[in-house]
Design a protein around this ligand. Structure first.
Ligand SMILES: Nc1ncnc2c1ncn2[C@@H]1O[C@H](COP(=O)(O)OP(=O)(O)OP(=O)(O)O)[C@@H](O)[C@H]1O
Length: 389
């Protein structure tokens, strides 16, 4: 699939811009702080209805405006799909697919994207929640219905923790905690589904991760990814849902006195981590900057491979934000070679020459200068003077 047309209005530093894009390598080039990432952020927004840079959508609305619009026409196997988002400063955001209003959970994933950005170094260096979020986003992209399971688990977990805290405060005895049994049952059901999905997902990305890391870093160091959980003792038996459920329930029951004492749930997939290692050494503590960068990139690309293997939406749009400046010439060449296998690749770069031309695929260039666009496929180039026109 690929984005055929992108339109933004009052989005970040754009007043109004319209671009025709194609099944090709599409480079957005310009000096720092001009609006390159803002454009790929708009594309990504229509995929997950969130930003990879900020937790809320207000910063996406152009300063001084009350509303931003992001629209795209996506082409998938010859069929056009219209995606339309209205971001409101003081009202709920709205999403339409075609002409029909949709809930975010229904619209997410219609446009499949995989984005790699500088922030992704946190996948290697950051805390376990960053890696859990990566796994969850990928799982939802592969199976959109999982979004409900994950949000259901988070809700039950919050409610269980609230109950544990209030029980601790009022010193309610374990016997007076009948509702805790209800939450535990739901937590076990939803958590079992999440854990099993993660086991399968990590199984499917581990091989590509090792291969892609070696390729990008030009090494045979061997990068590994392994799921660590306290929900069950051994992941080998995760194929058997009822066994996982039973063991998770046992562990939760055993942990109850401790959970009551501390006011938090200590067992479950919300404590999972994805252990990344290079040559057997935990990457979080041992990897150099360059190694960490290559590993994070390999992890995203492994996710893209897993997604393209199962996704009914076909090839995800690959977005590489500010990647090439970090790599030496040989790594740049290998990355563009890998990326060029995707139907559409969106690349941002401060220095155009950092992005090697790949002979087998057409490359289009849009120049970005203070929220104004020029170059291949630009229909409306934006800029402050265009806003009232
Ligand atoms: N809501 C907003 N309203 C107006 N301007 C904004 C808004 N959000 C961001 N900007 C402006 O957008 C610019 C940054 O754009 P962007 O992050 O796309 O930069 P970039 O071209 O990718 O730069 P770099 O190469 O440094 O990553 C900044 O000048 C910032 O002030």
């Amino acid at each position: 699939m690929y984005v055929q047309r992108l339109e933004v209005r009052d989005f970040r530093n754009y007043t109004h811009a319209v671009l025709e894009l194609g099944p090709r390598i599409q480079v957005f080039a310009g000096r720092n702080g001009q609006g390159k990432t803002n454009l790929v952020e708009a594309v990504r927004y229509l995929s997950v209805f969130g930003s990879h840079r900020v937790p809320t959508t207000v910063p996406l609305i152009r300063a001084g405006c009350d509303q931003a619009i992001v629209r795209a026409t996506v082409l998938h196997e010859g069929r056009q799909l219209q995606l339309d988002a209205q971001l409101n400063r003081d009202a709920p955001n709205r999403v339409r697919v075609g002409r029909a209003p949709r809930r975010v959970a229904e619209a997410a994933g219609q446009l499949a994207t995989v984005l790699f950005a500088p922030e992704d170094l946190a996948l290697v260096r950051g805390g376990p929640e960053t890696r859990r979020r990566m796994l969850d986003e990928l799982a939802v992209a592969m199976r959109p219905r999982l979004a409900e399971t994950i949000s259901g688990y988070d809700r039950v977990l919050r409610q269980r923790n609230t109950l544990l805290k209030s029980a601790r405060a009022s010193r309610v005895g374990t016997g007076g905690l009948g509702t805790l049994d209800v939450w535990d049952e739901q937590l076990v059901d939803l958590g079992t589904a999440i854990l099993r999905q993660r086991v399968a997902l990590v199984g499917s990305i581990a091989g590509p991760l090792a291969r892609l890391y070696d390729l990008i870093a030009d090494t045979d160091a061997g990068a590994t990814a392994e799921l660590r959980t306290n929900t069950v003792a051994a992941l080998a038996g995760a194929g058997d849902a009822s066994a996982v459920r039973a063991e998770f329930a046992d562990r939760l029951r055993e942990a109850r006195p401790r959970d009551l004492e501390r006011g938090v749930t200590s067992v479950g997939p919300h404590r999972d981590d994805l252990l990344l290692a290079i040559d057997g050494l935990p990457a979080r503590e041992y990897a150099s900057h360059g190694e960490g960068w290559s590993l994070a990139l390999a992890l995203r690309l492994a996710g893209a491979e897993a997604l393209r293997a199962v996704s009914p939406a076909g090839d995800p749009v690959l977005i590489l934000d500010d990647v090439f400046a970090e790599l030496d010439a040989a790594r740049r060449g290998r990355l563009i070679g890998l990326a060029s296998g995707y139907e559409q690749v969106l690349v941002t770069a401060a220095v155009l020459e950092d992005v090697p031309r790949f002979a087998d695929r057409p490359t289009a260039v849009v120049h970005v200068d203070r929220g104004r666009l020029s170059g291949d496929g630009v229909i409306v180039g934006g800029g402050a003077e265009a806003v009232d026109g």
